[in-house]
Design a protein around this ligand. Structure first.
Ligand code: BG6
Length: 521
């Protein structure tokens, strides 16, 4: 059985010795996520301590300057003990650097030479991993050059050694056409099993746990369909604004930034049929089937299926913040959406008629990502309710972050002589239960990649199918310029039209993190 199709349950997860090459070594992602993840994997014993890391970027600097750059960025932000500090000093010795122009073939010839030298430092190395932490516009150029120079060979079967794998960051394409073009570039350069399209949401502990919740328990599956579920709400709310990423965000907007990848992934994992095995292709086949079953919309129907918004000035957690148009590198009359909510229908046997509501926005009142499964209300209420009193629906909420965990909300009788009903919840909290909320997503995903396990990475057809759903909406929105932006104040739950969108299904947006007990009023 090969790395790509071997079941990955319960295995001791220890990566092989290898050389990791990071394009964009001086960028944000490298010091914020990649280097800390590689360091932690070493400390935790999940990667051998002779893995060598080569950073490439334009600016000239030597190994010592690169090590200092990483030390200043990583160590300064950590609260480490002496043991971790000395582990860092040992790790740092394995950081190497080369400068080069990504467009110049000479860079790749030099890289080939450099890899020979570095391979000699890791005699048992099983291969090379190339991580593209660079602006997406450079992906085709770098992939083509890597392939043309022979640095990135096409590998036959997935278990052939040495391996050569490429991690590509999101966004994968700017629209359907560019995603298809990028896939074509990738396919020309390498086999699909060498490509790891990363979506860090798939590495989050609770996102993986969603599969365990659904498929390792027998109590949920009988309820997991249109027979018992009224609707599903998937929320990714952020208190933060666009920070220093105005230039990127102006091009992307919330749909490309959050929906095409993270939110569609959460939707497919919630809606997919049970895969036959926990293997990369079995899982991804089921996710793609969900995407194919999502109902498309004509331009006339778009307003009924999706709404957008942009934040104006306001206050988040009591702190005054500027509007989107006042952020750095944002056009004063920008029409880029920073909020969207959408209603999807999955036209298959299991989900026919059950709306999936997705929403994400910047500068909302809470930082919270969750999937809430709202069950149908009882068909008949035998308890007398006073006028206006409403019984809450049962909700299973999967908290992806923060306070990773899940809760089930149901109704009980309030102690006393009267028949009064209250909503309570049973709660499981990861940190409380296990003493840890798990690893950073990048640790999980980098480890999976060097192990050759693509289960938590996006396949080419998955990425294109997600674009097929959202591309018509993006085109429609780009042709109908909004005149009403900004339409929500920072620190509020988005524009009023979002309430209408869900209201049409006789539902309301949940406020993530509901109190433990709610007495019906
Ligand atoms: C990134 C987006 O992919 O995900 C950001 O580009 C967003 O805009 C981030 O803030 C959210 O990730 P997380 O892990 O903080 O939920």
């Amino acid at each position: 059985m090969t790395g790509a199709d071997a079941p990955n349950v319960g295995k001791l997860r220890r990566g092989p010795a290898c050389v990791v090459v990071i394009f964009g070594a001086a960028g944000d992602l490298t010091h914020r996520k990649l280097i800390p993840a590689l360091f932690n994997l070493g400390v935790e014993g999940a990667m051998p301590d002779n893995v060598v890391i080569l950073g490439i970027d334009r600016d000239p600097r030597d190994n010592a300057a690169f090590r200092k750059l990483m030390r200043d960025a990583v160590v300064a932000n950590a609260t480490w003990t002496g043991k971790q500090l000395s582990a860092w000093l040992a790790f740092e010795e394995r950081l190497h650097y080369m400068s080069g122009d990504f467009a110049d073939p000479a860079t790749y010839a030099a890289l080939q030479e450099r890899l020979h030298t570095l391979d000699a430092l890791v005699p048992e190395s099983e291969g090379h991993l190339f991580h593209l932490a660079i602006p997406p516009s450079l992906y085709p150029l770098v992939i083509t050059n890597l392939s043309d120079s022979g640095v990135l060979p096409r590998i036959g079967p997935p278990d052939e050694r040495p391996f050569a794998r490429v991690i590509i960051e999101k966004p994968f394409g700017h629209d359907l056409a560019s995603a298809r073009a990028l896939n074509a570039v990738c396919r020309k350069a390498m086999a699909e099993h060498q490509i790891y399209r990363i979506d860090h949401y798939l590495g989050k502990e609770v996102v993986q746990d969603l599969m365990v919740l659904r498929f390792a328990n027998s109590i949920f599956e009988p309820l997991w369909s249109r027979h018992h579920i009224d609707h599903v709400q998937i929320t990714a709310a952020e208190c933060l604004g666009v920070e220093h990423r105005g230039k990127y965000y102006e091009e992307a907007g919330v749909v490309r930034d959050m929906f095409q990848n993270h939110l569609m992934q959460l939707l497919t994992l919630t809606a997919m049929e049970p895969p036959a095995a926990f293997r990369a292709d079995s899982v991804r086949d089921e996710k793609v089937k969900v995407l194919h079953a999502i109902r498309g919309h004509t331009p006339d129907e778009m307003h009924d299926f999706a709404v957008r918004g942009q934040y104006g000035p306001g206050a988040v957690n009591g702190v005054a913040v500027p509007g989107y148009r006042q952020e750095l590198n944002v056009a004063p009359g920008s029409t880029t959406p920073t909020y969207a909510s959408m209603r999807f229908l999955v036209d298959n046997w299991r989900w026919k008629g059950v709306p999936f509501f997705l929403r994400s926005g910047k500068r909302l009142p809470a930082q919270a990502t969750e999937i809430a499964i709202q069950f149908r209300r009882p068909p008949h209420m035998m308890f007398p309710l006073s006028t206006g009193e409403k019984i809450s629906a049962n909700v299973l909420a999967v908290r992806i972050q923060p306070s990773e965990g899940m809760s089930l909300q149901f109704d009980v009788k309030v102690p006393g002589f009267e028949m009064r009903i209250a909503s309570v919840k049973m709660d499981f909290d990861y940190a409380e239960g296990f003493g840890t909320a798990g690893h950073d997503a990048y640790e999980t995903l980098l480890l999976d990649c060097v192990l050759g396990d693509a289960t938590l990475f996006t396949r080419s057809d998955e990425s294109e199918s997600a674009w097929e759903i959202l591309d018509p909406l993006l085109t429609h929105w780009e042709h109908s310029i909004p005149s009403h932006f900004p339409n929500y104040a920072a620190g509020t739950w988005g524009p009023a039209v979002a309430d209408d969108l869900i209201g049409r299904a006789h539902a309301e947006w949940r406020t993530p993190g509901i109190p433990d007990i709610q007495v019906a009023k």
